[in-house]
Design a protein around this ligand. Structure first.
Ligand code: MSP
Length: 646
C-alpha cells in the first residue's frame, strides 16, 4: 500500500450552476478520500473551478462586470455546495489564482524552449462555444461534432504542442497499464480514437479574440487554450515542476472524470505530462452521465436537478447514498425521485434503521440501555462474525476498483446478515427463560458490535449518519480517530457502554408524503418543459364551481384615455348593458386610446374593485400576451352588451 493517496475531480466550469452531475463526481471522490484516510494513508483530495475561456468572458460582459469579479463571485457556489455535502477536500484550486497561472507559464516556457511548442498558421473550422478547432472530416453534417452548433472557418497564426509524436508511446502505455483508463469500455474507446492519426494540439488563442486566459509567456499577443491551462491544475496545486516530483502526491492515484472529458484527460493530459517529464497518473476513471427523464441535464433545457433543493428535501446523506448506490460507477443513470424514495424506504429506513432501532430497544428493555457483557457463545454467532471479516476484505478490494455501488451492496449484505441473526436467535424468546438469558447478552452484544462495524464502513458514504449512529451506540471515539484498524477484531465495544437512543436515523417516507413529493416533482418537470418551450405552465386545477363564480360579460368601450405618469395603464369607460364601469387596464403599450373606442371586449364583471395609481378599477378586461405583445380578446361576430361569457 502506498502511503499517499491523491484523488482529483474535474475542475468545474465556474459559469455553470452546480448540479447533481457535478455533485456526483465530487461525492465519489470524497467517499474514496475518506476511505483511504481510514486506512491510515495521507490523502490529498483536490477539486476546484475552471475560470478562464470564452464563455466566462462573455458571461461577465453580459453582466457588465470585470471577468475577475465575475469568477470571484461565482466560484463560491461550488464551495458552498461542497461544504453542505460534507466534502472533505484538502484544497480548492481556481485557475485564476497566481499559484496556478505561474506554473502554467513556467511549463509553457519550458516546453517552448525545448521545441515541444511551435508556431504555425492554422486553417480550419472553429467552434466558438466549445473553443475547439476541427478539421473538415471531424465535422458532423457540417456542424461541430461536440455540440452540434454551426462552426466558422478561420485562418490564423497560433502555437501548437507536438502531441502527435507521442501517439505510439501513449498506445503502448495504455496497453501495458491495464488500470490506466477505466472502465474497460472507456479504455477501448480511447484505443479506438488513437487508431486515427493524432494531430498536434493548438494551445493558443489570439488575444484580440479572447483576452480572458493565461498569457503565453513567449508571446503576449496570445492567451493559453483553456484546456491546456485547466489540466495543469492537477499538478500546479503542488507547486513548480521540481516540487511536484518530490511532494509525494504525484502521480495521482485517481483522476475522476465524467465520460465527456475522457479524450482531454487520457490523450491531451497524458501527452502533456510526457512532454513536461512527469509521470502519468495511476488511473483515469470516467464515470457515466446522469440524465433526467432520459434527457441530458442542461441550463437551456431548464431541467437541471438542483442539489441544494434535494438536500433540503431529503438530507445530505440520503443523496450521497443514492448517487453512490443507484448506478454502477462507470455507467449512465437516470435520476428520479421515485427511485430515491424507494432507496430511502427499503435500504435506509428498513434495513439499517430497523437494525439500529430494534437493537437499541432491546438493550434498553433488557439491560437498561447498557450494552451487555457477552456470556455464552453459540454456533449461530459464527456466520455473523465471518461475514464481518468478509465484508472488510470485499470492501477493500472493491474500493481499489471504485465500485461504489458494489461496496454498498456488500455492506448491506452484512446488515442483512445482522438482521437475520436477530431473527434467528430471537432475543425476545431468549428473555423468557433463565437458560435463554445466558445467551441474550451475547446476542445483543453482537448486534451492537455489528452496528459498530457498520458505522465505520458507512462513514465514507454517510459521514454525518455514522456520527449519529455511533452517538446512539454510546461510542465516544470518532470513526476518523479510530480508522479501519478498529475493525481488526470482533469485540472491541466495551460492555457496559451506555447507549443513547435518539431520533430515527432514516425515517420512512410514508405513502402520503411520497405522493406529495412525486406530485411536486412532476409539476416542476412540467414547468421546466414549459419554460424550455417558452410557454407558461398550466396553473393548479379548479372545479367548475370555482369557475362559475366568475362573471364574464361583454362590454363596449365608450372612452379610453392615457393615465398621467403611467407607461402601461389606460383608463377606460365600458358599457356592460346594465351599467357603465370605469376600468384601468395595462394595455397602454399595445394600444392607442382611439384604437379602442367602440370595441366589444370581455370584462370580469364581479371582481372586487381595486385602485391602480389612485384610480378605481371596477373590473378587468381579458387580453392575451406573450413576452412581446398584448392582444385584447374579442369576438368574430357582434353580441349585445352585457351578454354572459363562459
Ligand atoms: N472544466 C472542465 C473540466 C476541466 S478538468 C481539468 C469541465 N467542466 S464541467 O463543469 O463541464 O464539468 C464536467 C464534469 O462534471 C464532468 O466530467 C462530470 O464529472 C461532471 N458532470 C457534469 N454533468 C454531468 C452529468 N449530467 N452526469 C454526471 N456527471 C456530469 O468539463
Amino acid at each position: 500500500m502506498t502511503e499517499r493517496f491523491y484523488i482529483t475531480t474535474p475542475i468545474y466550469y465556474v459559469n455553470d450552476v452546480p448540479h447533481i452531475g457535478h455533485a456526483y463526481t465530487t461525492i465519489a471522490a470524497d467517499v474514496a478520500a475518506r476511505y483511504h484516510r481510514l486506512k491510515g494513508q495521507e490523502v490529498f483530495f483536490l477539486t476546484g473551478t475552471d475560470e478562464h475561456g470564452q464563455k466566462v468572458q462573455e458571461a461577465a460582459s453580459k453582466r457588465g462586470v470585470p471577468a475577475q469579479q465575475h469568477v470571484d463571485e461565482l466560484h463560491v457556489r461550488f464551495k458552498e455546495l461542497w461544504a453542505r455535502f460534507n466534502i472533505s477536500n484538502t484544497d480548492f484550486i481556481r485557475t485564476t489564482e497566481e499559484r496556478h497561472t505561474r506554473v502554467v507559464q513556467k511549463i509553457l516556457q519550458d516546453l517552448f524552449d525545448r521545441g515541444e511548442i511551435y508556431r504555425d498558421t492554422y486553417e480550419g473550422w472553429y467552434c466558438t462555444p466549445c473553443e475547439r478547432f476541427f478539421t473538415e472530416k471531424d465535422l458532423k453534417e457540417g456542424n461541430c461534432p461536440e455540440c452540434g452548433r454551426a462552426v466558422g472557418q478561420i485562418s490564423e497564426a497560433n502555437y501548437f504542442f507536438k502531441m502527435s509524436q507521442y501517439q505510439n508511446w501513449l498506445i503502448e502505455h495504455i496497453n501495458s497499464n491495464p488500470g490506466f483508463v477505466r472502465p474497460e469500455s472507456r479504455k477501448n474507446e480511447i484505443l479506438g480514437f488513437l487508431k486515427k492519426p493524432l494531430g498536434d494540439l493548438c494551445i493558443s488563442r489570439p488575444k484580440e479574440r479572447l483576452a480572458w486566459g493565461v498569457p503565453l509567456p513567449f508571446d503576449d499577443q496570445y492567451v493559453t487554450y483553456v484546456w491546456f491551462d485547466a489540466l495543469i491544475n492537477y499538478v500546479s496545486v503542488h507547486g513548480q515542476v521540481p516540487e511536484i516530483k518530490t511532494c509525494g502526491y504525484w502521480p495521482a492515484s485517481h483522476h475522476l472524470i465524467g465520460k465527456d472529458i475522457l479524450t482531454t484527460h487520457s490523450v491531451y493530459w497524458s501527452t502533456m505530462l510526457k512532454a513536461i517529464g512527469l509521470e502519468l497518473p495511476d488511473n483515469i476513471f470516467a464515470h457515466g452521465w446522469w440524465t433526467v427523464n432520459g434527457q441530458k441535464m442542461s441550463k437551456s433545457l431548464f431541467n437541471v436537478v438542483e442539489p441544494n433543493k434535494l438536500i433540503d428535501q431529503f438530507g445530505v446523506d440520503v443523496i450521497r447514498y443514492f448517487l453512490m448506490r443507484e448506478v454502477p460507477f462507470g455507467l449512465d443513470g437516470d435520476f428520479s425521485h421515485k427511485a430515491l424514495i424507494g432507496r430511502v424506504n427499503s435500504d435506509l429506513a428498513n434495513n439499517l434503521g430497523n437494525l439500529l432501532n430494534r437493537t437499541l430497544n432491546m438493550i434498553q428493555k433488557y439491560y437498561g440501555g447498557a450494552i451487555p457483557t457477552p456470556d455464552v457463545t453459540g454456533p449461530e454467532d459464527e456466520p455473523l462474525k465471518a461475514k464481518a471479516r468478509e465484508v472488510i476484505a470485499t470492501v477493500d478490494k472493491l474500493f481499489s476498483e471504485l465500485a461504489f455501488n458494489k461496496i454498498l451492496m456488500a455492506i448491506w449484505e452484512f446488515l442483512d446478515a445482522a438482521n437475520v441473526y436477530i431473527n434467528d436467535t430471537a432475543p425476545w424468546n431468549l428473555a423468557k427463560t433463565d437458560e435463554g438469558k445466558k445467551r441474550l447478552g451475547t446476542v445483543l452484544y453482537n448486534a451492537a458490535e455489528a452496528l459498530r462495524f457498520a458505522s465505520v464502513l458507512l462513514h465514507p458514504f454517510m459521514p454525518a449518519s455514522a456520527v449519529t449512529l455511533r452517538q446512539q451506540l454510546g461510542l465516544s471515539a470518532t470513526v476518523e480517530d479510530e480508522g479501519l484498524a478498529s475493525l481488526d477484531a470482533w469485540g472491541k465495544t466495551a460492555p457496559g457502554t451506555q447507549t443513547q437512543p435518539g431520533a430515527q436515523l432514516f425515517p420512512r417516507i410514508e405513502e402520503k408524503e411520497a405522493e406529495k413529493i412525486l406530485a411536486a416533482a412532476e409539476a416542476e418537470e412540467k414547468a421546466d418543459e414549459a419554460q424550455a418551450s417558452g410557454i407558461a405552465p398550466i396553473a393548479e386545477q379548479v372545479t367548475i364551481e370555482d369557475f362559475m363564480k366568475l362573471d364574464f360579460r361583454t362590454g363596449v368601450i365608450l372612452e379610453a384615455e392615457k393615465i398621467k405618469k403611467s407607461k402601461k395603464l389606460l383608463k377606460l369607460k365600458v358599457d356592460i348593458g346594465l351599467e357603465q364601469r370605469q376600468v384601468v387596464a395595462g394595455i397602454a403599450e399595445a394600444y392607442e386610446p382611439e384604437q379602442l373606442v367602440g370595441r366589444t371586449i370581455i370584462l370580469v364583471a364581479n371582481l372586487k374593485p381595486a385602485k391602480l395609481m389612485g384610480i378605481e378599477s371596477q373590473g378587468m378586461i381579458l387580453a392575451g400576451s406573450d413576452s412581446e405583445k398584448i392582444v385584447v380578446a374579442g369576438f368574430d361576430q357582434e353580441l349585445p352588451k352585457g351578454s354572459k361569457v363562459k
